[in-house]
Design a protein around this ligand. Structure first.
Ligand SMILES: O=C(O)CCC(=O)C(=O)O
Ligand SMILES: [Fe+2]
Length: 346
């Protein structure tokens, strides 16, 4: 997903719906062959792996490694995040999204920024996404934008964003260490990549969509970050993962977290772990709110394959780049789409 822009593209989807459009605005229409009905996987029984944190450590690490190599996506249960907090946050997100437009617009995303409220503008392939978002920075301390973009209504929203951010953040720390260990790296390897990491929490509302067969909530993309933790509504579909060239629906397990590996981890692991393409569908009769926590390095941090993974038979596949340069590269060339980490190939 790319940051929003002003004008029509910046108009919230909820606002657009108020004019009861009879036809779908062109900017949302997916190109031929890339629509929500195209390339869907109908193979019954194939599901992204589920990792149970209560399994014994060596089993859990092996399962983690296989999930990251084969899928780049997995669900986690018994993760330690208090799901009551998450449920309350989601309720507050729905309450925010039904507030009057003037109230929501106080927190709107400014041109060129990723934090704040509004439509997300263009997806990586240049088509607009059918999603309204509220994005808030949790860390580092200097990036926390509580006064400017964390809404003060509904009353408890800030409290729950903060608490959910802490809870999900605690699991993110464990995940970073486990990812390192599963690759045979020192447990603090990803901690170094993530040192004082940039963490954001995004509340994505996918409003009802009268044109659900032609548009996407989020177009096909990979995440540029180190990893993303997603919390979907229990058992509500919408998220799809690219598997063997086809789109496979994810069925969120009750009280689970969904993790996806980002481009930074693909580069750090020298291509062992996959930053997999994914997208989100929308529906005519069902809206949903997903909670998305992105963890990325600070802009100046260098991303490159870990030295420990390199040898004469395993030379570096990716060149070194600062994270800021990588983001600039991706934003300058939208055609990179979901394989944009390939732009760092040696
Ligand atoms: O909300 C979802 O289900 C997916 C969102 C996503 O992929 C993203 O925001 O990067
Ligand atoms: Fe994503």
């Amino acid at each position: 997903m790319e940051e929003g822009s002003g004008g029509e593209e910046g108009q919230a989807i909820q606002e657009l719906l108020k004019s009861c459009p009879k036809t779908v605005p062109r900017r949302f229409v997916q190109p031929d062959g890339y629509g929500p009905r195209d390339g869907r996987c109908t193979t019954l029984g194939l599901e992204i792996p589920v990792i149970d944190m209560l399994h014994d450590r060596s089993t859990m690490l092996r399962e983690l490694k296989e999930a990251c190599q084969d899928w780049g996506f997995f669900q986690v249960v018994n993760h330690g995040v208090d799901m009551e907090v998450v449920r309350n946050l989601r309720t507050l997100a729905y309450e925010f999204y039904v507030m009057p437009s003037e109230e929501k617009r106080k927190w709107r995303r400014k041109t060129g920024e990723s934090a704040g409220y509004g439509a997300f503008g263009k997806s990586s392939d240049g088509t607009s996404d059918w999603v309204d978002t509220l994005c808030m920075y949790l860390s580092p301390e200097s990036a926390r934008n509580v006064e400017t973009v964390w809404p003060d209504k509904p009353e408890l929203l800030r409290v729950y964003v903060d608490e959910a951010g802490k809870q999900i953040g605690a699991y993110a720390q464990k995940l970073a260490a486990d990812l390192s260990e599963s690759l045979g790296l020192p447990r603090d390897h990803f901690k170094e990549v993530l040192a004082d990491s940039v963490a954001s929490l995004r509340l994505n509302l996918y409003p009802l969509c009268p044109f659900a067969d032609r548009v996407l909530g989020v177009g096909a993309h990979s995440d540029m970050d180190t990893f993303t933790i997603l919390i979907e509504e229990s058992e509500k579909e919408g998220l799809e993962v690219l598997k063997n060239g086809l789109w496979l629906p994810v069925k969120p397990v009750r009280d689970g977290l969904i993790v996806n590996i980002g481009d930074v981890t693909q580069a750090s692991s020298n291509g062992k772990y996959k930053s997999q393409g994914h997208r989100a569908l929308v529906f005519e009769h069902s809206e949903r709110v997903s909670i998305v926590a992105n963890y990325s390095p600070l802009p100046g941090v260098s991303i490159c394959p870990a030295q420990e993974l390199l040898s004469s038979s395993h030379p570096a596949m990716y060149r070194q780049s600062s994270y800021a340069d990588y983001i600039d590269l991706c934003q300058a060339d939208k055609s990179l789409g979901r394989d944009r980490v390939d732009s760092l190939l040696c």
